[in-house]
Design a protein around this ligand. Structure first.
Ligand code: ZN
Length: 305
């Protein structure tokens, strides 16, 4: 499914027929049932994969074959090579459908408004994690003009504490994360192809965590809170040990996050504040086959994969 999100965040957000077959039947059924892809103009030029010497050729479609079944060919050397008609198909991601699916998974009401053509959709508003928030879907948030979408769009830039959904990577630019904005990637966890309610559940969790990390940042001294039970835990040593593990294994932040049972967003917050919710920290320790006490000291067994 990651291949879908990566493609969805590209300018050329379409799949060729032969690429689609790589998704497998369950995902193809989902695309079909939800009408997530719409047929574009067929390819007119394809690469010859027949002679071992790739070359681009115009496609010749013959519709008046003796048996009435259309066939496609390209020239190769002195002869011609037949091409599967399926392979000529181009299927583009339908963002309006994706926007609607996302809205319904989050239980948002109202109409979807495109606030920047093909790039930003206001999916609706809802009370999420104790605040009324606008929910936006942004395509190409990391494109060179990505920040322009925010700066140049009053509806988006003036929205208080919005939830901003992107398709692949969460951008690093501080502007996207200021003013109580929460940016989250729809690719961060599985929801589209399985239980859609996962999206709302995880989103609420992330928003709560975000609110929690803001509170932690404002009250850094835990000793002052006396014997009140702290909701979050962590240490810079633990963060550094996890980052060292990531580098040693050659993992991305996303891969490390999966290994330690959390999300890239939560892990990045952990790096920033050295604190995460107790339950998250316990899960990390468990996944690393150690105890929370040991993880606080940056200790966990060296695992061989
Ligand atoms: Zn050839």
């Amino acid at each position: 499914m990651l291949a879908f999100w990566i493609r969805a965040d590209l300018d050329e957000a379409a799949f060729r027929g032969d690429e689609l077959r790589g998704f497998g039947p369950a995902t193809l059924d989902l695309f079909k049932k939800e009408k997530l892809l719409k047929r574009g103009r067929d390819l007119q030029v394809v690469e010859c994969g027949d002679c071992g010497n790739p070359h681009l050729e115009d496609v010749d479609v013959i519709t008046d074959s003796p048996d009435g079944i259309p066939r496609a060919y390209i020239a190769c050397g002195a002869g011609r090579v037949s091409v599967r008609l399926d392979d000529l198909q181009v299927w583009a991601i339908d963002y309006d459908r994706l926007a609607r699916l996302t809205r319904s998974a989050l239980g948002l009401g109202g109409r979807i408004v495109q606030v920047a053509a093909d790039r930003v959709w206001l999916l609706g508003s809802a009370r999420l994690a104790n605040k009324t928030r606008d929910v936006f879907l942004v395509r190409g948030i990391g494109w060179p003009d990505g920040l322009q979408l925010l700066v140049g769009n009053a509806r988006l830039s003036t929205s208080p504490c919005p939830l901003i959904l992107c398709l692949n990577r969460v951008p690093d630019d501080a502007d996207w994360h200021g003013h109580e904005r929460v940016v989250m990637s729809l690719s961060e966890f599985d929801w589209l192809q399985c239980d859609r309610s996962t999206l709302l559940a995880r989103t609420t969790e992330i928003l709560r965590e975000h609110a929690g990390s803001l509170v932690d940042a404002e009250t850094p001294s835990e000793s002052e809170t006396g014997n009140k039970v702290s909701r979050s835990i962590g240490s810079a040593v633990a963060v550094n040990a996890l980052l060292a593990l990531k580098d040693k294994k050659g993992w991305t932040v996303e891969q490390l996050s999966i290994q330690i049972g959390t999300t890239a967003r939560t892990f990045q917050n952990f790096c920033k504040t050295s604190k995460v919710r107790n339950s998250v920290f316990r899960t990390m320790a468990e996944r690393l086959e150690t105890s929370p006490e040991e993880l606080l000291k940056g200790h966990f067994p060296d695992r061989q994969e």
